[in-house]
Design a protein. Sequence first.
Length: 121
Amino acid sequence: MAAEPTTAPRPGGKTWEQRKIPAALLRYRVMAYVVGVLLAVLVLVAMPLKYFGDQPRPVEIIGTLHGFLYAIFLLTAFDLALRARWTAKGILGVLLAGTIPFLSFVAERIVTRRTRAGERV
């Protein structure tokens, strides 16, 4: 029979899982800001250039970059959600926040505050 991993406190007073949450939170925060900034640039700069300035190239570049980085954002958010044991509603809300301009910034602040307080999102 395989031994179950222990969650007993280690030197320093934190369990192994608790040590992983701050790193996962940092990764999530970085990706939330990156995705939020790229989405804002896409909507406020690239889209007007495409439709009013007849320059589709910025949308092609920024849109592709945002899509790729949004996939990484999904992974980092889901990783944090598993480690911090978020609710299904919290997971879905945070994952969708990256698709609405400026909402990823709001969601990031809420997630950071609640995660640092030890609360479930």
